[in-house]
Design a protein around this ligand. Structure first.
Ligand SMILES: [Zn+2]
Length: 131
């Protein structure tokens, strides 16, 4: 049995109490961390501390906070929501690193970690590949 850490209302579980994604989620939701048996959770493992072997991640509102922590110097990307007229987060900006140019990963795109340790954005159909 492994003790997993989760937040009320979250679909993710963490194995490291010091996980940055867990800490970020705790601060943004002000939720309490609950310890559970991970064998019975039926939840999604956190990219940073529980599913570290992954190399490709789909960018969604549920995964963006973990990707932000994992990629390091990434920033949240915003644009005006035509429905509300207000700025809203719509993805992550990944700065140029190694051979990879600066790129924006929007909701629906896929971020892949390459063997060189860099991250590349694979745009969803219909998305532009440049910011
Ligand atoms: Zn975690």
């Amino acid at each position: 049995m492994t003790t997993a850490l989760t937040l009320d209302g979250s679909s993710r579980y963490h194995l490291d109490a010091a996980c940055r994604a867990l800490d970020g989620a705790r601060l943004s939701t002000r939720g309490a961390v609950v310890e559970e048996d991970s064998d019975t959770l039926g939840q999604t493992p956190c990219f940073l501390c529980a599913a570290t072997a992954g190399t490709a991640w789909y960018v969604t509102e549920q995964t963006i906070a973990e990707l932000y922590e994992m990629i390091g110097p990434a920033k949240y990307h915003t644009s005006v929501d035509p429905g509300t007229g207000r700025l809203a987060v719509d993805g992550l900006t990944i700065p140029a690193h190694g051979d990879a140019p600066r790129a924006v990963a929007r909701f629906g795109d896929t971020v892949r970690r390459h063997p060189d340790g860099g991250y590349r954005v694979h745009p969803a159909v219909g998305h532009a590949s440049t910011p």
